[in-house]
Design a protein around this ligand. Structure first.
Ligand SMILES: [Cu+2]
Length: 379
């Protein structure tokens, strides 16, 4: 009996351990023939000697101009962000003091390639009232750069980090203690995309190129109410902090929106695409878990956890964006029409406003969907 069990067990274990023919899970799909460990750091020389390239940032949902793959050696990508404290009407009649990178909620998308260096000049104009900094989840080093980037009003700072990990990552202000959630939930967060040097890969390890890219950041706000139930406004950003800290205890946002303001990506502000376009959607949530769905479509490819060096999952209906992360999803539109891209807690989408629209133009494909008979009286 023992003799029989051992060969069968060995055979079973052996067959379970066989790698798939294309590539194994956990293999670095961007270098299919390599066995580079995540613990291996590439040596690209002294960053002080590398060439500098400037990147002009733009407000979401758009991406800065970028190449999807590069054959050049790593460079230092120079960017500048100005911190803007400003009044923002996040819903009709509801005004907050937004704390922003470059004036938008979320802050601008940054794009570099793996092993490039990001050199950021962070400006805190003297017209601001608070100290700010930036913690990059893409960076390696204490506080993600937060300690060496703290600037008071009237100061600017420049620092550099190497983007060693490919993927999409959140960045946010983190001035310490309760100031961290206060700044983050007043809008001070954004995302960076670190592309593999040879571009994105599909589920089989083949290059995949996107026609368009959109950045959709979900933002939860905690606006205090007065005794009559009306949302309060304050003369300065910090005046509302005590009240907001009380609202925090409920863990219940007053507002959940995409790109800072209710309706910022619907109607005339909807995203656009054509049938056949492969569209890359990056969604970040710096504070709270969310779950994203595209009504009428799917995640053809989704890089869960935002990691581009892992094989993307395919055909997901809804995908998780864990609080404090960004996730990239690629979908090829096959049908025209208005799609809704939303947080599929439908209360948060419909009642709070965590949704966007994508207007897609092109030819309808009856093969994929067809109304066989119009609504009529039941026979
Ligand atoms: Cu801040």
């Amino acid at each position: 009996m023992k003799k029989l069990i051992i060969p069968v067990l060995c055979c079973f274990l052996y067959s379970c351990n066989q790698p798939e023919p294309s590539y194994q899970t956990n293999q670095n799909v961007n270098e299919p023939n390599s066995r580079n460990s995540v613990f291996t750091l590439s040596d690209d020389g002294n960053p002080d000697d590398l060439k500098h390239v400037k990147s002009e940032l733009v407000a979401p949902p758009f991406f800065p101009e970028h190449e999807q793959s590069v054959s050049r050696d790593p460079v230092v990508v120079d960017i500048t962000m100005t911190i803007v404290e400003k009044e923002l009407e996040i819903a009709p009649g509801v005004k907050i003091w937004a704390l922003t990178f470059d004036g938008s909620v979320p802050g601008p998308m940054i794009v570099v390639h793996q092993n490039d260096h990001v050199q950021l000049t962070l400006i805190n104009p003297s017209t601001n009232s608070l100290a700010h900094n930036i913690d990059f989840h893409a960076a390696t080093g204490a506080m993600g750069g937060g300690d060496i980037s703290m600037v008071s009003p009237g100061q600017q700072v420049t620092f550099r980090f190497k983007a060693t990990k490919a993927g999409v990552f959140v960045y946010h202000c983190a001035p310490g203690g309760l100031m961290v959630p206060l700044h983050v939930t007043l809008g001070m967060n954004g995302a960076i995309m670190v592309l593999p040097r040879d571009g994105l890969k599909d589920e089989n390890g083949n290059e995949v190129v996107y026609d368009k890219a959109y950045y959709v950041g979900e933002q939860d706000y905690y606006v205090p109410k007065d005794s009559t139930g009306k949302f309060k406004t304050y003369e300065t950003p910090s005046r509302g902090f005590g009240d907001m800290a009380t609202v925090y205890k409920s863990l219940t946002p007053s507002h959940i929106v995409f790109n800072g303001v209710t309706g910022s990506l619907t109607g005339n502000n909807a995203l656009t695409a054509d049938v056949g376009d492969k569209v890359l959607f990056v969604t970040s949530q710096a504070n709270r878990d969310t779950r994203i769905h595209l009504i009428g479509g799917h995640a053809d490819l989704v890089w869960l956890g935002g990691s581009f060096n892992d094989r993307p999952a395919t055909n997901y209906e809804t995908w998780s964006v864990v609080g404090g992360s960004a996730v990239a999803m690629l979908y090829q539109f096959r049908q025209p029409g208005t799609y809704t891209y939303l947080n599929h807690n439908l209360i948060e989408a419909v009642v709070f406003g965590a949704l966007a629209e994508v207007k897609v133009e092109g030819e309808w494909d009856d093969n994929l969907m067809k109304q066989i008979s119009k609504p009529e009286a039941i026979e």
